[in-house]
Design a protein. Structure first.
Length: 74
């Protein structure tokens, strides 16, 4: 599961919209990986508005959940 909070960065005074297509607030996305991936070696990097997750294949599947820290690239 990937979850977070996208802040409403505010709008300048006097600014109005007919339609706003930028979502803000809480979000989450959950997905299942097939067996055979090593979550212990997973890497997650947030850079330029994109989240890149690399999960190598493993020799033996663990079948357990694991937290993966996300680092912000410089």
């Amino acid at each position: 599961m990937i979850s977070g909070q996208r802040p409403d960065c505010g709008r300048p005074a006097g600014c109005s919209f007919m339609v706003m297509e930028i979502n803000y607030g809480p979000f989450s996305c959950e997905f299942q990986l097939p067996e055979g991936y090593d979550l212990g070696e997973a890497l997650a990097v947030y850079q330029n508005g994109f989240l890149k997750i690399e999960i190598p294949q493993s020799v033996r599947p663990s079948g357990r959940q694991q937290m993966i820290p996300i680092t912000e690239a410089k």
